[in-house]
Design a protein around this ligand. Structure first.
Ligand SMILES: Nc1ncnc2c1ncn2[C@@H]1O[C@H](COP(=O)(O)OP(=O)(O)OP(=O)(O)O)[C@@H](O)[C@H]1O
Ligand SMILES: [Mg+2]
Length: 479
């Protein structure tokens, strides 16, 4: 529908805008001409820019045969009546008052449209907040630190209901504090956003409902209205596993460099040490016990033997050769390791016994290396247990995860929580004559076999080492 407008004021300008912006379903209105006696009428200027026909005399409209509708916006009844008298039958006319009425209706409709859009936005936000799949924690906070809304992930971590959380201070819920976060370690991202009106990012340590430490990477975004921060949205991502992985990688790198260094030193020291030991043993053999330096030579021999043991452990630790795999029954390896350690057990008055599974599928392992691990664990148990105690080695098969499991449980002094995460590190020892390499070697061997070794300990009550070795080859000859 081709439209001509009389009166190029604000109303005309708005009408041009409305028709240009809106997509009409039924009729396709198009403004083709504007008339105004004033040259600087805004609607007229706009129409000219858009390439429409403009004139100072509406009578020009009657010469155009494409106009289907004339809208009179000046409000003059004289003009309206004049148009009615002059127009041909095909042209329709809308008076100023009718145009106003439609104008107001369109206003109401656009407000309704806005409300609908707002409702849709609110619904989207509500859906996001209740979506179980979103792993990141989301919380909307007012500038006075009060929680306006939270998502399911956060509720799950803190173990509270939405009703209990909304309205409370964010620092109470996420940190159990009675004051906002502060300091370099725990800066408050909300305060930063309020100050700068820009997004801010930080990391915090939060606790879950079981008081377990979690590292969170927090991003905070301002929600602005008229240039003011009305609230902020905080999104927290759990990066605990990423940090642990990073730490493990660092630890592995450390192990590799210690291994290389140790191998180099051990290799260099090994030969001269053998010469010292052989010479000292020769002197010792030829010497009678009443010789004044007999005791000193004995010390030299014993201490050199101890050095040899350390060097051997270092070489084992830095061992480059890959394991020689063969199908073995873990029960047999346990029995042989018990024979080798029995003497040490009775020497310390510790009963070392086994509680073996009746039948175990064979596993593909390097027998010598697994025996070395077992001897290390049994010796540790014997050395950590006061006389009269016991060490029990058990085995079992867990079919649902297809692993053979072994535990070495003692009734010894246990390991303090401050040492628990250090015991697998090379050179960590609490024993006077220990090298601190036994568990580091065991850890390396089990890892190389695709298994795991973990520990649980209760100081004063005992320690339990737990090994899992995967069944990589299906074997029907278990016994
Ligand atoms: N069964 C256990 N009970 C208590 N503490 C233990 C036990 N096993 C290991 N530990 C602790 O772990 C540390 C490290 O053990 P690891 O076997 O690596 O070295 P070590 O026994 O000290 O020396 P070595 O190299 O001679 O074996 C020990 O010094 C001890 O503090
Ligand atoms: Mg040891």
């Amino acid at each position: 529908m081709k439209i001509a407008i009389i009166g190029g004021g604000e109303g005309c300008l708005n009408l041009i805008d409305l028709i240009e912006r809106h997509t009409f379903k039924e009729i396709k209105p198009e403004i083709v001409a504007v008339a105004d006696i004033k040259k600087d009428a805004p609607g007229l200027i706009r129409a000219k820019k858009s390439g429409m026909f403009v004139t100072h005399d509406y009578n020009d409209f009657f010469e155009k045969d494409n106009i289907e509708l004339i809208i009179e916006l000046t409000g003059s009844m004289d003009i309206y009546n004049d148009i009615l008298a002059k127009k041909n039958n095909k042209v329709r006319v809308i008076a100023h008052t009718t145009a106003m009425l439609f104008w107001e209706i369109s206003d109401i409709l656009s407000i309704q449209e806005e409300t609908k859009q707002k409702l849709q936005e609110t619904e989207a936000l509500y859906l996001a907040m209740s979506d179980e799949m979103i792993q990141e924690e989301m919380v909307i906070i007012s500038p006075d630190y009060r929680i306006l809304d939270v998502n399911v992930a956060l509720l799950k971590r803190v173990g509270m209901s939405r009703e209990k959380v909304i309205g409370r201070h964010c620092y109470e819920v996420t940190h159990n504090h009675d004051h906002p976060c502060k300091g370099d370690l725990h800066p408050c991202p909300l305060r930063e956003v309020l100050k700068t009106h820009k997004p801010s990012q930080t990391t915090h340590i939060h606790r879950d409902k079981d008081n377990k430490k979690l590292h969170h990477s927090i991003s905070c975004y301002p929600l602005l209205r008229n240039g003011e921060v009305i609230s902020v949205i905080e999104i927290a991502k759990d990066i605990t596993k990423d940090l642990q992985l990073q730490e493990t990688l660092l630890q592995q790198e450390k192990m590799v460099s210690i291994g290389r260094l140790s191998a180099g030193v051990a290799h260099e020291v090994n030969n001269p040490l053998t010469t010292v030991l052989t010479s000292a043993m020769l002197i010792h053999e030829d010497m009678s016990a009443d010789n004044p330096i007999y005791e000193e030579i004995t010390t030299i021999v014993n201490e050199t033997l101890r050095c040899r043991k350390i060097v051997k452990s270092l070489l084992d630790f830095a061992r480059q050769n890959r394991p020689t795999m063969a199908l073995n029954n873990l029960n047999t390896i346990v029995k042989e390791s018990l024979v080798l350690t029995k003497k040490q057990g009775s020497f310390h008055d510790i009963s070392v016994r086994s509680d073996l599974a009746d039948s175990l599928p064979r596993i593909d392992v390097d027998k010598v290396q697994i025996q070395q691990v077992l001897i290390n664990l049994i010796m540790n148990a014997i050395e950590s247990t006061p006389p009269g105690g016991e060490a029990v080695i058990s085995t079992r098969y867990t079919p649902d995860i297809d692993v053979v499991e072994l535990t070495v449980q003692d009734t010894g002094k246990g390991i303090g929580p401050e040492h628990l995460d250090k015991i697998f590190e090379p050179f960590f020892t609490t024993r006077e004559n220990g090298t601190g390499l036994g568990l580091a070697i065991a850890h390396g061997i089990i890892k190389e076999h695709g298994g795991t070794i973990t520990v649980k300990s209760e100081p004063g009550r005992g320690t339990c080492f737990f090994l899992q070795l995967p069944i990589t080859i299906k074997d029907n000859h278990g016994n």
